[in-house]
Write a protein that binds this ligand. Structure first.
Ligand code: FPP
Length: 271
């Protein structure tokens, strides 16, 4: 047993948690929530039933992450492509689901000391959705525990385009582009995620091995964990299992394996 189990975990969660190293928990976990449609199809239900069931998974994962004191959790809720490529009826269902989620969840977020943030082009969403989002952000703005960031109408490439334009606009206000100095820190300060450290771990449910235009800059050194579990079936226990797997990995950030007992670093693997 490495550590005291936090309150609120059930027996199975506590068992997995007790094998984790608290000092090596990720500071930021990002999740690509996928498989709602497949979950519904397997049950001969409409796709929207999968999205509705996905909300229970969101609740469970958010609560467990907060209980084990993960500082930042980012959920890929709706991509920019989702809006363009899905039927209108599905998109408007997802919108109303989001609005209901925000209204219903604020008391629980406050109880768990969770602050809500968003990334993505919010101004392209309808004004009532934007209003509800702003209300929920404000209502949780005083919390000091986990930052829960919802990626809504999000695209990583669009984020990078917006960052470049934001850098240029700043330069124009400060004496013109001749003075513009661009380095990694400058770019990171203009990304939507400027309030967050880069994710240490990205989880994707339902088996696809893709990043799907999610946090392409920020995931440069993240560990990738893909599970066949469909999002509506994913719970806090699955998150803890992902953390157990994460802690087995060795993160090198492009360096060499440190210690083999002979003081000579291994030359295997450059990534
Ligand atoms: C991917 O499944 C999921 C989405 C596009 C929407 C995610 C939404 C939720 C989990 C519920 C609402 C979330 C919040 C934060 C209120 P898919 O439809 O692409 O599944 P498929 O690949 O099996 O078709």
């Amino acid at each position: 047993m490495h550590l005291k189990v936090p309150a609120g975990l059930d027996r199975k969660e506590a068992e997995v948690y007790s094998r984790l190293h608290p000092e090596r928990l990720p500071q930021h976990i990002a999740i690509i929530m996928d498989g709602n449609g497949r979950w519904a199809r397997r049950r001969h239900l409409p796709r929207i039933a999968g999205h509705r069931a996905g909300v229970a998974a969101v609740r469970s994962v958010v609560e467990t992450a907060a209980r084990i004191h993960i500082p930042s959790l980012t959920l890929y809720a709706f991509s920019e492509e989702n809006w363009k490529r899905r039927p209108r009826t599905e998109v408007s269902f997802l919108m109303s689901l989001l609005q209901r989620y925000l209204k219903a969840e604020v008391p629980t977020l406050n109880k768990n000391n969770i602050r809500l943030e968003y990334i993505g082009r919010q101004h392209e969403l309808s004004s009532d959705v934007q209003d509800r989002m702003a209300w929920a952000r404000e209502a949780t703005g005083h919390n000091t525990g986990m930052t829960l960031t919802l990626a809504l109408n999000y695209s990583a490439r669009t984020e990078i385009v917006d960052a470049f334009n934001s850098l240029l606009a700043m330069a124009q206000q400060n004496g013109g582009v001749a003075h513009l100095e661009v380095d990694e820190e400058a770019i990171a300060r203009h990304l939507y995620t400027r309030h967050l450290p880069d994710p240490d771990l990205v989880i994707r449910t339902s088996g696809e091995m893709r990043l799907s235009n999610f946090l392409l800059w920020q995931l440069a050194y993240a560990e990738i964990y893909v599970t066949p579990t469909l999002w509506p079936d994913f719970r806090g226990l699955h998150l803890l299992e992902a953390l157990a797997e994460y802690q087995k990995r060795e993160r090198r950030y492009g360096g060499l394996v440190e210690d083999h007992g002979n003081g000579i670093p291994s030359r295997q693997g450059k990534h």
